[in-house]
Write a protein that binds this ligand. Sequence first.
Ligand SMILES: *Cc1c(COP(=O)(O)O)cnc(C)c1O
Length: 371
Amino acid sequence: MTMPFIDLAAQQARIRGRLDSAIARVLDEGAYIMGPEVKQFEEQLGAFCGAKHTLSCANGTDALSLALMALGVKAGDAILVPSFTFAATAEVVPFIGATPVFVDVLPDTFNMDVESFKRAIAHAKAEGLNPKAVIPVDLFGLAADFDAIIPVARENGIAVIDDAAQGFGAGYHGRTVGSIGDITTTSFFPAKPLGCYGDGGAIFTEDDELAALIDSYRIHGKGSHKYDNERIGMNSRLDTLQAAILIEKLAIFPDEIEERQNVARRYAEGLKGRYETPIVPEGLTSTWAQYTIKTKSEAERAEVQEKAKAAGIPTAIYYPIPLHAQTAFRSYPRDPDGLPVSDDLAKRVISLPMHPYLGAQVQEKVIEAVV
Ligand SMILES: *Cc1c(COP(=O)(O)O)cnc(C)c1O
C-alpha cells in the first residue's frame, strides 16, 4: 500500500471539468500574461481574506522580496526572522543587501517567540544594525502570535510582514490571515494549502502607498506604464493560466479548510497520549499545511519514520536543520540567548500525511502504523 503525503490528484478529480474549461478559455483568449483572470483572481482572493490591496506575483519568495523592496529595506537594516521555517523567509533578506537576525520559536505553536524577538531587536541595535522589519511565519498553517508581536514591533518602529505561505486562509480572532501585518505574503506552490499547478504568489496590504510600490516593483519598476521605468524592479507576475486554475481552487478552498479540521481532529483523537500533537490557541484556526507531531527524542522519531515506511505511509521532516545552523545562514546574528527551541524541534518533529481528501479509514491506517 502506498498513499500520497498530499493528495493533489483527488482534488484535481473533484474539479477536473472546471479546470479543463478554465484552461481552454485562457488558450482561446491568448492573454497569457496579465490576462483578465489575473485581475479576477486578485479580486476574489482579496475578498476572501478581507485585504484592501491584493497583488499577485510569480512565487512566495518574490512576494517576500517585493515586500522588502516596497518597505525600502537596504544594507544596514536588520530583518528579524524565525529560525524554524523554510529557507525562503530568511533568504530574501541578504539577497536585498540587509541582515537577517534569527529569532527562536515557541515549543507548542512552532511560531515566533516574542521574548526572543525582543532580545534579537536589542542585539541587532547593539551590532549597529537598524531593525526595520520582522517576518513572523504562520508555520504549518497556524497564525503567529500577532497580538504579542505587533505592539513590540510598533514600539520599535518595525514593520510586520506576515509570511502566510503556509497559513493563508487561517483564522485569527475573527479575521482571516491577509490583513494582520503591514504586508502579508503567500505562495501558491502546489503543495501549499491553496496551490496552483506551478509557481505563484501574492502580496496583501491595507496601505495604498505600499500597494502602488509593489505593483511597480513587480513589473520592472514601472511608472505610468511598462516602458516608463521609475525604479529598479523585477519581473514577477502570476501567469494567466495559473490565475484561471486558482479561481477554481479558491472556490473549493473554504470547504477544503473545513475538511482539514476534520482530519486534524481525528489525528488529535487517535494520537492522544502517545505523541505531543499540535495545539491551536483559543480564537485561532489552522489551515493545517502540515500535521506535525513531536516525539520524545530523535531516536523515537527514527522509529516512527521506520514504522510508517514499513506500512507504506509517507512522512516528512519540516525542518531537519534550523536556519541559524544552515551553512548559508550560520554567520548571521541571532538572539544572543541562543535558539534552543528551534534546535530541539529540528530533532523531534515529524509530519504525517495531511490533506482535505484523507478519509477516516485511510487515516486510521496512518494512526495504527505510528502508535
Ligand atoms: C513555501 C514557502 C515560501 C516560498 O514560497 P515559494 O512560492 O516556493 O517561493 C516562503 N515561506 C514559507 C514559510 C514557505 O513555506
